[in-house]
Design a protein around this ligand. Structure first.
Ligand code: NDP
Length: 338
């Protein structure tokens, strides 16, 4: 019998393990358009925090006492769905569980066998070739329209999205300033090619950013890729060049807040004519999927884009992996291996 993590209560502020329970899910013979799957990798992502609230987030909210869902890589065990056979590796949305019955509502897609044969690991489709790499690529190149020569500031630069942003920007000859929490993460962001790195846990973001710009001989930032919100976003407003573009990807600093945060420098949006645009990966992805896969596949093949993974083992560890995102417990992509 398969087991799945259920949301048992809606978190107030930072979630705890008490908000979740591991329970068996119904099993039985397959209906048409269903498969039985054994999951191999589960993704935990910050956007799932919004799905735990009562109020609607951009993805449908989780229901109390129902299994949670999310990105996963699984192996097909038995199939009554056309086009899928036992042994196929699939990307689907039936995460937070060790397997079970998957229908079309879980959006199963076969992993491309040629990419796997070329050496890509299956879980790459949960990060650089999937949600987080796609979010980085779309946000930087489509939403912010970043171009060679731009000075790009990216927060949570040692995370899954942020590390991809750093590397895509460097591959396109941009100057990159990253911010991350702690010396180990900052050293990795530098290794990825960032021209300057701010340890926001050791100094205020604005003074770090101003110093980095002085050291690099730059007047300000042309592009801000926001993964964090709060103090980072405010500092970006303070140092934005005229006609800067802000791609608003995520605001992990405020996801668990119960009160709004103060923005001191937002008013600079007017004289600096800043364009700020929030975006959601799923809105944009279909339109640019082919171009993204070709470009990102090439960057990975040439090692211009690499990845680190922080791996928790076993279904039991999924809530800890998820909660770790909010305390900086990951370098690169946070994953659960089953
Ligand atoms: P990450 O791998 O970046 O993990 C989260 C990281 O955020 C942590 O490692 C931590 O790094 C940092 N962090 C946590 N709390 C804070 C805080 N209070 N202040 C500053 N940094 C903090 O996650 P993802 O790459 O998956 O996601 C990055 C962002 O992108 C998130 O905001 C997410 O919601 C968003 N996103 C948006 C999508 C969209 O379609 N718009 C799609 C996918 C992701 P550190 O130790 O450096 O603090």
């Amino acid at each position: 019998m398969a087991k799945a993590w259920h949301l048992t209560s809606r978190p107030q502020g930072l979630p705890t393990r008490d908000n979740f329970a591991l329970r068996e899910v119904p099993d039985g013979p397959l209906d048409k358009d269903q498969m039985r799957v054994r999951n191999l990798w589960l993704s935990v992502d910050p956007y799932m925090r919004g799905r735990m609230n009562e109020a609607k987030s951009y993805a449908a909210n989780f229901q109390i006492d129902q299994p949670m869902t999310g990105g996963a890589i699984g192996e097909v065990i038995e199939s009554a769905m056309e086009g899928f056979a036992p042994g196929d590796l699939i990307l689907h949305m039936g995460g937070w569980r060790d397997g079970g019955i998957i229908g079309l509502d879980m959006m199963p897609n076969k992993l491309p066998t040629e990419a796997l044969a070329a050496g890509l690991t299956p879980q790459t489709f949960l990060h650089n070739m999937g949600l987080t790499g796609g979010t980085a690529w779309i946000g930087l190149l489509r939403i912010a329209a970043a171009k060679p020569g731009d000075t790009v500031f990216v927060s949570a630069a040692a995370g899954a999205v942020g590390s991809a942003v750093v590397q895509i920007a460097k591959a396109r000859e941009m100057t990159v300033i990253g911010s991350a929490g702690g010396a180990e993460k900052c050293a990795w962001v530098r290794d990825l090619g960032a021209d300057a790195v701010i340890d926001y846990k050791a100094e205020p973001v604005l003074s770090g950013l101003a110093q980095a710009l002085r050291d690099l001989g730059k007047s300000g930032v042309d592009v801000y890729f926001d993964n964090v919100g709060g103090e980072h976003l405010d500092a970006a407003f303070a140092v934005a060049n005229d006609f800067a573009r802000f791609a608003i990807c995520g605001m992990i600093d405020v996801y668990n807040d119960t009160k709004p945060q103060e923005m001191k420098y937002l008013v600079r949006a007017i004289p600096a004519r800043i364009r700020m645009e929030g975006f959601i990966y799923t809105d944009q992805f279909i339109d640019c999927m082919e171009e993204f896969h070709a470009d990102m596949g090439g960057l990975i093949a040439s090692s211009a884009v690499t990845m680190r993974e922080t791996v928790h083992d076993g279904l039991e560890s999924a809530p800890d992996a998820f909660l770790g995102l909010f305390s900086g417990g990951n370098i690169g992509k946070m994953l659960v291996r089953l």
